[in-house]
Design a protein around this ligand. Structure first.
Ligand code: GDP
Length: 363
């Protein structure tokens, strides 16, 4: 008997059997197979045709932390490399609120007026804002996000700065192969990301605001030194005089800096992203820069230096990963660390031991 309460002695009482609960996992789910990853050859073929869906998939592979994806991503990048390089790579930085999104929107439309395609990428390892928030970035750049020739991609989600930067650098290669001849790389001008961006762009634009008279404070000297152009935003309404004053201050500050490696004298301009004033002038400056560095050979020299930098950077990362991801090394490190903390072994001897072990045991 199913329920003792259903026994004849309990008249007037029946217990019905319960209703079976549906399984918590959708039984049809298994039927929905994941789309298989296309072969690197197929991906590259579509990317070269400018297929945005395939480009996005490839970028997702580049950004993936799944170790199985890495060799596929690397093969795609390698196959795209011969088709890359033919673009103007422009880094854009400024503190939050400086007007980067507003400006990139209008700068982007300005460059797209002449045809061509634009990719907007970002390096922002610390950001909460960009954690997978494509929508966030799309609404930040209202007009560009609906432009058929613009490709907007938020920063790879948080990780080490080096890792995030490498992924962005690799994404540039894919975008160029897909025919994007203008690349903007945006970064929040507060930390070290500027150096990373600088290592992958041809022109570095610093967006500044006119403040309370002490504009030069709070801007890291190093960031100013990297800038090929400084533009003071929000030069509109009541703010025009202050913006002009800031322009004069930046100009005189720049005069104290040592000459740049390119021989280019960084310029300081004012504009208004919101009211779209002075945009053409900013781009004329950028055009002048490109003409100047292509003429004097610095353009190629810098790209070569960047390629070398990324080669060593990659070697560095791979060596480290290979070392730290080795389970035997990890075990030994754990042991040695205890000994060092217990004052039984010096740090140097411990380091030597684990490195010797690694050299002797790695293929
Ligand atoms: P981001 O944080 O650097 O991306 O800056 P946003 O583009 O989001 O701009 C920050 C704020 O400044 C927004 O409220 C904008 O509307 C405003 N803003 C941006 N550009 C201008 C400008 O040229 N003039 C004025 N008056 N406000 C601007």
């Amino acid at each position: 008997m199913e329920h003792p309460e259903n026994d004849a002695q309990y008249t007037g009482l029946t217990v019905n059997s319960g209703v079976a609960q549906p399984p918590s996992v959708n039984p049809y789910l298994r039927k929905l197979k994941r789309k298989p990853i296309p072969t690197p050859g197929e991906m590259v073929e579509q990317i070269l045709k400018g297929d945005v869906t395939m480009l996005s998939r490839a970028v997702t592979l580049v950004e993936s932390i799944n170790p199985d994806h890495e060799p596929i991503a690397q093969e795609v990048i390698e196959k795209c490399l011969p088709y890359s390089g033919n673009s103007r790579r422009i880094g854009i930085t400024g503190v939050p609120g400086a007007g980067k999104s507003t400006s990139i929107d209008v700068f982007g439309l300005h460059v797209l007026k002449d045809g061509g395609k634009l990719a907007v990428l970002a390096i922002d390892p610390s950001s909460e804002r960009t954690k997978g928030s494509i929508l966030g970035d799309k609404t930040r750049m209202e007009k560009l996000s609906v432009h058929p020739n613009a490709f907007i991609r938020p920063s790879p989600s948080a990780g080490s700065l080096g890792g995030v930067a490498r992924k962005t650098r690799e994404t540039i290669v894919l975008c160029e192969a897909a025919g994007y001849n203008n690349i903007f790389v945006e970064t929040v001008g507060v930390g070290q990301s500027e150096t990373a961006v600088h290592s992958m762009v041809d022109f570095f634009l610093l967006i500044q605001l006119a403040g309370t008279g002490d504009e030069l404070q709070g801007i890291k000297r190093g960031i100013m030194e990297m800038a090929d152009g400084i533009v003071i935003n929000k030069c509109d309404g009541d703010n025009i005089d202050r913006a002009k004053l800031a322009q004069a201050q930046f100009k005189s500050a720049l005069r104290l800096f040592p000459p740049t490696a390119s021989g280019w004298q960084p310029e300081v301009l004012t504009y208004s992203g919101y009211y779209e004033l002075g945009i053409a002038e900013v781009w004329e400056m950028i055009d002048r820069y490109f003409a100047f560095v292509k003429e004097n050979g610095y353009f190629d020299k810098k790209r070569h230096e960047q390629a070398r930098y990324w080669m060593y950077e990659t070697i560095d990362t791979r060596l480290r990963n290979n070392f730290y991801n080795n389970p035997d090394v990890a075990d030994l490190l754990g042991d040695l660390e205890k000994q060092v903390l217990g004052n039984r072994l010096s740090s140097f001897i411990a380091a030597g031991k684990v490195l010797d072990f690694y050299y002797n045991n790695s293929k």
